[in-house]
Structure formats: structure tokens, C-alpha cells
Design a protein around this ligand. Structure first.
Ligand code: MF3
Ligand code: CO
Length: 253
């Protein structure tokens, strides 16, 4: 069952989403050569707590940290560690916060120092693919319309679309129904209705979309070691379209 949120629930989801957004903004200046991903995790934890929320991912199915930090060929669920960021890395930071029982979930990929043209291309078009997918969101459209738009855009730009990892509903649990794939066919899947809250999260690669899971049982990386980027927003379906819950005042990062 896909839940429809009440106005009161949407207000709480907005607070959770804005805390996630503000955590990204707070971390951004620290994302530099030399900082460890564990230090970023601690900064995020302290910031989320200071806002009266809790990190959604900590303890989720045993996940051991507050945020996910996935570097270069790592796609998602990289566990913060003593690894230092290096000039030329790209790092996807995925943040979830829970406020009064309601979650927000959002990921961004950042460049550390100077990155290659290919890395920039990957980041630019993965971010664009998120907004292309979001444009499909309005009552009466289908979940498949979102994936179709993302996949079409990714293919036009020769980027790999990971199939095994999908977006999801968001509410009192960080992962709810429905699945929101980054591929699909038009007019397929559940129909969008006002008050549904979903996270759309394209994960694209410069090479093959095949992935594997590391021995830590969490980190997912590309099989061919090609670079991967990840952008995610939590949004609510409105009367005429959608509203981003994890964005700034004007909806952008
Ligand atoms: N934002 C992540 C996602 O939707 C959730 C991370 S789950 C955790 O895929 F277990 F790693 F915390
Ligand atoms: Co998510």
C-alpha cells in the first residue's frame, strides 16, 4: 500500500527534508582533500542532533554510521572510515534525518579539488537526470514515467543506469512503497496521487551499470571500477506537480 500523507504529516516531512538539506550545506565546505569520511560522519551526526532530529540510517538494518560516503567507483552505502579524501575524488554523500518520526532522504555528489572532465560530465548529467525524472511527477502520471525519463536521458548521454538500486516511498520509514526505478516504460507502475512522498535517486556510471557488493556487506561499487554519481531528492506529489522537500528555498542546492 502506498500511503497518502496528511497535511500535518507533510509539514513534518518538510522539516525533516530541510534538516537534510541544511546538513548537506553544513558539510559542503568540509569536503576537501585530507578530511576523513569518518570526520564528515561525525560532523553530520552532531549537526542533525543539534536540529532535534536523528540520523535515519544509523542502525537501519544494522548500518553502522550516520551518512553514506561513496567515493569514485563506489555507488552507494560506502561506510565512513579513516580514509582521507584525495584531490580528484568524487564523493557521493547520502543523508537521512528523522524528525518527530518522519524522514527526509537526499544524496549529492561532490568534487574534491580538481576532477577530470569525465567526472564533471558524469556529475552534471546525473544531477540533470534527477530533475528530468522529477518533471514527470504529477497526479495521474505513473512511477514508470519517472524511470523512463531518467533512463532515456542517461542513454542519450551514454551513461550506465544501475538497475538493482531504486528510489522509494518515504514517510515514517525511510524506505516505503513504492519502488521508484531509474528505468521503465511510460504509463507503467503505480499511479501518482497528491500526498504521496517519494525519493527519486538516479545512480549513473561512466561505464558498465553492473555492480558488486564489497566484503563489508554494505559498500556497492561498479564491477568495472567506472566512476559513479548519485543525486537524490525526497518530494511530495502536489495538486499540479511536485514539491522538493530536501531542497533550499528555491528548490535547488
Ligand atoms: N538513502 C539510502 C537509500 O535510499 C538509504 C541508505 S540505507 C542505509 O538507498 F542502510 F545505508 F542506511
Ligand atoms: Co533513498
Amino acid at each position: 500500500m502506498i500511503s497518502i500523507k496528511s497535511d500535518r504529516e507533510i509539514e513534518l516531512l518538510k522539516v525533516a527534508g530541510s534538516i537534510v538539506y541544511d546538513t548537506h550545506c553544513y558539510l559542503k565546505p568540509f569536503i576537501k582533500e585530507g578530511i576523513t569520511t569518518k570526520e564528515l560522519d561525525k560532523l553530520a551526526y552532531d549537526y542533525i542532533i543539534s536540529r532535534g532530529a536523528t540520523p535515519s540510517f544509523k542502525g537501519y538494518e544494522g548500518y553502522p554510521a550516520s551518512i553514506c560516503t561513496s567515493i569514485n567507483q563506489e555507488v552507494v552505502h560506502g561506510i565512513p572510515s579513516n580514509r582521507k579524501l584525495k584531490n580528484g575524488d568524487i564523493i557521493s554523500i547520502d543523508i537521512g534525518a528523522c524528525y518527530k518520526g518522519y524522514h527526509g532522504d537526499s544524496a549529492w555528489t561532490y568534487a574534491v579539488g580538481k576532477v577530470t572532465k569525465e567526472q564533471e560530465y558524469l556529475m552534471e548529467h546525473t544531477e540533470k537526470s534527477l530533475y528530468i525524472g522529477l518533471q514527470e511527477i504529477k497526479p495521474g502520471n505513473h512511477i514508470g514515467d519517472i524511470g523512463y525519463a531518467i533512463e532515456t536521458y542517461a542513454k542519450e548521454h551514454h551513461l550506465g543506469v544501475i538497475q538493482e538500486l531504486v528510489g522509494h516511498g518515504v514517510g515514517t520509514s525511510v524506505h516505503e512503497e513504492p519502488d521508484v526505478p531509474n528505468y521503465g516504460t511510460k504509463h507503467s507502475g503505480p499511479v501518482l496521487k497528491k500526498g504521496m512522498v517519494i525519493a527519486v535517486e538516479p545512480m549513473l556510471t561512466l561505464g558498465s551499470p553492473e555492480i558488486c557488493i564489497l566484503d563489508d556487506d554494505w559498500t556497492i561499487e561498479t564491477e568495472d571500477y567506472s566512476m559513479s554519481a548519485h543525486y537524490e531528492h525526497t518530494v511530495v506529489v502536489t495538486e499540479n506537480g511536485y514539491e522538493i522537500l530536501t531542497g533550499g528555498k528555491n528548490g535547488q542546492k
